[in-house]
Structure formats: structure tokens, C-alpha cells
Design a protein around this ligand. Structure first.
Ligand code: PLP
Length: 435
């Protein structure tokens, strides 16, 4: 367990006034035990905690920091914006610039609305899909995360036609009853819902590369199949690219896999580390949003000057330096080759997934293709691995079901260091070796 004294004291203090001491649950280290590290600063590929210890970071603020921490262009852009005032509640030029960048970079997006988080983006996109189709139900995938709006906090019972039941107290059966659950990478389970509820399904919302059950790539033909099913049934296809947007390629998963959704939700990278979300897509759909149309959605701080300045700086960098994605791919391949060498032919009961700069080491020997296979991960083994990595200066997400993120700031040497640490930590976990 960690001996980080200052972080421990801060956590005890935080718990008195903040639920669980954190403002987002997974930060609390609940699935690995102990207490979280309080971070005081971050630069490039490294974070420094309140005890002054430095770690090589593979969390990347859970996705946004694709250019590394404290990136110069973003920092300068925010500095410049700050001089002019922090919020106006009136239109600004920066909002147009960010919207234009999104429309230029994300292939299917013609018109886009800026919001403040991924959650706002997904709940608004679903509202729009329901309004446009006049239908109540949505299909999501088991293990798929789309933020914390009521309709998404649903677990399925068994069987393809099971109605959603709320997976959090406070979500009413009414809010959950229109949420249908299918299995990721299983088109039959999606088609079964369309057969069970003909003319009632407004949309299918999917993480085109699942990132919240660990990184789970879409199988051959899965996204294309969703496209065809939605088109055939008059339903809206929503790609939740909050994690994959500007990450798995410059134009997101839709560009990487060549499948176009009707609506796209964005977050994380789009804000360059500040709170920005967005939803956009086909013009005929987006024109139904107020005040062009009747579908209401608003935000006091939406398009905030500081947030948009950071987002513009991040997206402009990605636009002007497309080689960043080649670099991320190279580092990803290096990481992958090293992991394959370590876990070898059944050396360890582990499996590995990767799409570009998103990856996961699953603590199960079986191939992971959906939530059922991801959930077979050995949580105790992961826990020991997590602490073994932390002891070696490697900061991973404190959950077996979170992806690992590479950034443009990770060097070849950083990846080598992470691989050495991985080899030692796995030796400890599985062979009882003490390095
Ligand atoms: C992070 C995430 C969200 C929620 O975004 P917030 O900004 O945390 O509200 C939604 N969908 C996906 C795919 C995400 O990864």
C-alpha cells in the first residue's frame, strides 16, 4: 500500500466535506484499496503528487491529455483568453472557431452545439434523437458508459428482450424503462431489440471503440452492421466519441473505421483539458435544436472563453501536426510488442487490446470482446499489479476496466521504462518474485 503521507492526510480531510473525498467516484481508488494520490502538478508525460513524488502517467486525465500535460500552446491560449475576461454569456468568435474545427475534422459532423461535458453531450443527443423520430426507446450496450444521465444508468437483466432496470438508486423505473441493452460486438442482440420493439427505438448509442470496460475494439463489420440496422429501421445512430474523438485518429473512430453515424458526441480531447463537450451531426437533425428548432438544450457557461481557447489550441495542433497520430501509433506498437513479449505464449493469464493510443491489459487469458469477457478479469491480481506499478513510478488508472492512454509526450524511453516495470510487477503478482 502507498505510504504517501500528505495525500493520505488530504484524503481524510476531503472526505469530511466531499462524498468519498472525490468529485468523480473512480478517482477514489475504490477498486484497488488505499487512498488516492493528490496531484499538485503535471507536465508532459509526468504527474507529481502532494508528497513530491513523480510518476509516469498513463491516465492522461482519463483521456483529454493527448498532447501531454501543460502543453505550451494550450497554456498560452488560455493565458491570452484569461486577460479578456472569463465568461460573457454572449456569442464569441472562439465558439465559431471551435465549431468550424469540429466540422472540418470530424467527417460526419455538419453542425455542432458546444456543451460543458460528455454527459451533457450524450443526454442532449438522445433527446434530439427521440424528438426527431418521435420514438421513446434507446439501445445501449452492456458495459458501455455514456456519462451519468438517468437513462444511461441501466443494467440489463438476462435475455435480449429484458427491459432496463436502474443500476443506481435515484433513477426511477420510468427513466430506465426506455433503455434497452444489447451486447457489444453482437449484432444479433441489437436486431433482437428492433424485432421486440418495432417502431419504438429512437437511437442506438455506442462507443465505437469501447473504452469504459477497458479498451475493446469493434469486431469486423460491427459498426457497419449498426449503421445498416439503424438505417433499415429509421433509427438514429449515435457514436459516443467522447473518448475516441480526436484520439483513435484525428477524425475519431468514424474516420478510422469509415462508418458514419447520424450524431456524434464529443468531450475529453475537444477541451484540451478544460471542460468542453459537444454534439453534432447531420444538419437536418441539428437544425431541430433550439433556437433553430423546438428541441430545448442550453448552458450558461457553454462555449466558455477559457474552455474554447484550450479546445481550439488542442484541435489546431492536431490539425496542423497530423504526424502526432503516427507517433502515437508507433508508441502504441512499441508498448504492444513489449507486452506480447512479456506475456508471451501463456506465460501469464492476461490478454491485451489496443486501438492507436488506447489500450488495456486485461487480467484474463481469454480474448475480450464485450462486457461479459471483460468482467472475467481477476480483480485481486489487477489490484496487486496496480500497486506494483505505482511503487515503480507508473501511474495507471485505479480500475481493471479503464483504458490506458498514451500521449504525444511519451518518449520511446518512457515506454521502455513502463515495460520494465510491467515485467517486474507481473513477476511479483504471478510468480511471487520480488524484484
Ligand atoms: C467520459 C465519457 C463520457 C462522460 O463524459 P463526462 O465529461 O465525464 O461527462 C461519456 N461517454 C464516454 C464514451 C466517455 O468516455
Amino acid at each position: 500500500m502507498s505510504t504517501n503521507k500528505v495525500s493520505k492526510e488530504l484524503f481524510e480531510r476531503a472526505r469530511k466535506t466531499i462524498p468519498g473525498g472525490v468529485n468523480s467516484p473512480v478517482r477514489a481508488f475504490g477498486s484497488v484499496g488505499g487512498h488516492p494520490l493528490f496531484i499538485v502538478r503535471a507536465d508532459g508525460a509526468r504527474v507529481t503528487d502532494a508528497d513530491g513524488k513523480e510518476y509516469l502517467d498513463f491516465v492522461g486525465s482519463w483521456g483529454p491529455m493527448i498532447l501531454g500535460h501543460n502543453q505550451e500552446g494550450i497554456r498560452q491560449a488560455v493565458h491570452e483568453a484569461l486577460k479578456l475576461g472569463t465568461s460573457f454569456g454572449a456569442p464569441t468568435t472562439r465558439e465559431i472557431e471551435l465549431a468550424e474545427l469540429v466540422v472540418e475534422l470530424v467527417p460526419s459532423v455538419e453542425v455542432v452545439r458546444l456543451v460543458n461535458s460528455g454527459t451533457e453531450a450524450t443526454m442532449s443527443a438522445v433527446r434530439l434523437a427521440r424528438a426527431a423520430t418521435g420514438r421513446p426507446r434507446l439501445v445501449k450496450f452492456r458495459g458501455g458508459y455514456h456519462g451519468h444521465a438517468d437513462a444511461f444508468l441501466v443494467e440489463a437483466g438476462s435475455g435480449a428482450a429484458t427491459l432496463g432496470v436502474p443500476s443506481s438508486p435515484g433513477v426511477t423505473p420510468g427513466a430506465a424503462q426506455d433503455t434497452l441493452v444489447a451486447e457489444f460486438n453482437d449484432l444479433n442482440s441489437v436486431n433482437a431489440q428492433f424485432e421486440a420493439y418495432p417502431g419504438e427505438i429512437a437511437c442506438v448509442i455506442v462507443e465505437p471503440v469501447a473504452g469504459n470496460m477497458g479498451c475493446v475494439p469493434p469486431g469486423e463489420g460491427f459498426l457497419q452492421g449498426l449503421r445498416e440496422t439503424c438505417t433499415a429501421n429509421g433509427a438514429v445512430l449515435i457514436f459516443d466519441e467522447v473518448m475516441t474523438g480526436f484520439r483513435v485518429s484525428r477524425g475519431g473512430a468514424q474516420e478510422r473505421y469509415g462508418v458514419m453515424p447520424d450524431l456524434t458526441t464529443l468531450g475529453k480531447v475537444i477541451g484540451g483539458g478544460l471542460p468542453v463537450g459537444a454534439y453534432g451531426g447531420r444538419e437536418d437533425l441539428m437544425r431541430q435544436i433550439a433556437p433553430d428548432g423546438p428541441v430545448y438544450q442550453a448552458g450558461t457557461l457553454s462555449g466558455n472563453p477559457l474552455a474554447t481557447s484550450a479546445g481550439i489550441a488542442a484541435l489546431t495542433y492536431l490539425k496542423e501536426n497530423p504526424e502526432v497520430f503516427e507517433r502515437l501509433e508507433r508508441r502504441g506498437r512499441q508498448f504492444e510488442a513489449g507486452i506480447h513479449e512479456i506475456i508471451g505464449e501463456g506465460n501469464y493469464p492476461l490478454s491485451w487490446t489496443r486501438v492507436g493510443s488506447m489500450a488495456s491489459l486485461f487480467f484474463t487469458p481469454n480474448e475480450v470482446t464485450d462486457w461479459g469477457s471483460a468482467a472475467q478479469s481477476d480483480r485481486e491480481a489487477f489490484k496487486r499489479f496496480f500497486w506494483g506499478m505505482l511503487a515503480r513510478g507508473i501511474y495507471l488508472a485505479p480500475s481493471p476496466f479503464e483504458a490506458l492512454f498514451l500521449s504525444a509526450a511519451h518518449t520511446e524511453e518512457d515506454i521502455s521504462d513502463a515495460l520494465s516495470a510491467t515485467e517486474e510487477a507481473l513477476g511479483e503478482v504471478f510468480d511471487g518474485r520480488v524484484a
